[in-house]
Design a protein around this ligand. Structure first.
Ligand SMILES: NC(=O)c1ccc[n+]([C@@H]2O[C@H](COP(=O)([O-])OP(=O)(O)OC[C@H]3O[C@@H](n4cnc5c(N)ncnc54)[C@H](OP(=O)(O)O)[C@@H]3O)[C@@H](O)[C@H]2O)c1
Length: 295
C-alpha cells in the first residue's frame, strides 16, 4: 500500500513517431552499407572470373573487357541507392513534415487567439456602452477546447443543437459578423439578420440589416427584447463584455479549429441550467446545453 509507485515511461505520439522514423532510417543505412559490401565483393568476383578464371575472355566492347561494364552498371545502381537514401528519402518524409507544419500553424493560431483575447481584455473600458436590451444573449456551440469553427464552417453536425438554436432564436434579431453571415447558404427564415462589417458597400439580399459596429448592431435590434449574438469568434469576443446571458452548447470533445470562443470568466458568469444530451445514432458526440447569466 505504501510501496513505491512504479514509474511508467510516458511516450507521446510525436516521440513514438520520431523513434519509428529513426528506426526506419537506421534500417535504410544498414541496407546501403550491405549493398556497398556486396558491391565490393561482387566486383572483385567479376574481375577474378574474367582475369583469373578466363570466363568470357575476349568478350570486349570498344577494347574494354565486359566485366568493366558490369562493374560500372552496378556502380550506377549503387549510386542510385545512395541518392535514394540521402536525397529522396528525407529523414522524416514529406507527410511527417506537413503534419508538423499543420500542428505548428494550429498552435500559432491558438496563441494569436489568446493574444487577441488579452488585447480585448486590456483595451480601455470605454469600448462599448451597456446595451439597452436587458436580454442580450450570446448563443454558441463550442468544443471542450473552445473550438467553434474551421475554414469558415461549423465543425460538427448535431441536429438537436440546430433545433435548439432555431427554437431559441426564432422571431428574433440575430447579430453576426460578416464571415458568419457568409458561411450560411442562405439567410435563416423568420429571423432579422444584423450583419456587422467594416466594409462601406457590402451588398446583401433585401431585408438584411448592415451595420459597421457591434454598438450599431445592438442599436438596430433595440425593438427586440431578446436579440441574439450568433457569432463568430471576433464578434463573440467583443460581445462578452456586454451580453447578459450565454446559451452555450458544450460539445464534449476536442476539435481542430481556427476559430475559438473566448474563455468564460466564471467570476462574472454563473451557470443556471444544464441539460446533458448523450451521443446516439444521430449525434456523434455527447453535448450539454448550458445557460449562464451574468453575476
Ligand atoms: N460554433 C458556433 O456556434 C459558431 C457560431 C457562429 C460562427 N461560427 C464559426 O466562426 C467562424 C467565423 O468567425 P470569425 O471570427 O472568423 O468571423 P466573424 O466574427 O463571423 O466575422 C468577422 C468579421 O466581422 C466584421 N467585424 C468584426 N468586428 C467588427 C467591428 N467591431 N466593427 C465592424 N465590423 C466588424 C469584419 O467584417 P469585414 O471583414 O467585412 O469588415 C470581420 O472580418 C466560422 O468558422 C463559423 O462557422 C461558429
Amino acid at each position: 500500500m505504501f510501496g513505491k509507485k512504479k514509474q511508467v515511461p510516458q511516450i507521446d505520439k510525436d516521440q513514438l513517431e520520431l523513434i519509428e522514423n529513426a528506426q526506419k532510417r537506421i534500417k535504410q543505412k544498414k541496407r546501403l552499407y550491405a549493398h556497398f559490401v556486396v558491391f565490393l565483393i561482387g566486383s572483385l568476383f567479376l574481375i577474378l572470373l574474367n582475369l583469373g578464371l578466363g570466363f568470357g575472355k575476349g568478350v570486349t566492347l570498344f577494347e574494354t573487357d565486359w566485366f568493366v561494364y558490369a562493374i560500372l552498371a552496378w556502380l550506377f545502381l549503387f549510386l542510385y541507392h545512395v541518392f535514394n537514401v540521402f536525397i529522396t528519402h528525407k529523414f522524416m518524409g514529406k507527410s511527417w513534415e506537413q503534419n508538423q507544419l499543420d500542428k505548428l500553424v494550429a498552435k500559432q493560431k491558438e496563441r494569436i487567439e489568446i493574444l487577441k483575447d488579452k488585447h480585448i481584455e486590456d483595451a480601455p473600458k470605454k469600448a462599448l456602452p451597456k446595451p439597452k436590451n436587458t436580454n442580450l444573449t450570446i448563443i454558441v456551440a463550442v468544443g471542450e477546447n473552445d473550438a467553434i469553427g474551421k475554414d469558415n464552417k461549423l465543425i460538427w453536425h448535431l441536429s438537436d443543437d440546430l433545433k435548439h438554436f432555431k427554437s431559441l432564436t426564432n422571431g428574433h434579431h440575430i447579430i453576426m459578423g460578416r464571415k458568419t453571415f457568409e458561411s450560411f447558404p442562405k439567410p435563416l427564415p423568420n429571423r432579422t439578420h444584423v450583419v456587422i462589417t467594416r466594409q462601406a458597400n457590402y451588398q446583401v439580399p433585401e431585408g438584411i440589416i448592415i451595420v459597421n459596429s457591434l454598438e450599431d448592431a445592438i442599436d438596430a435590434s433595440k425593438s427586440d427584447t431578446q436579440p441574439f449574438i450568433i457569432g463568430g469568434g471576433e464578434i463573440y469576443k467583443q460581445a462578452m463584455a456586454i451580453a447578459n446571458k450565454i446559451e452555450l452548447t458544450r460539445v464534449h470533445e476536442d476539435f481542430e479549429a481556427d476559430t475559438f470562443f473566448p474563455k468564460i470568466d466564471y467570476s462574472q458568469w454563473k451557470e443556471v441550467n444544464t441539460i446533458l444530451h448523450k451521443k446516439d445514432e444521430n449525434h456523434k458526440y455527447d453535448f450539454s446545453f448550458i445557460t449562464y447569466t451574468r453575476k
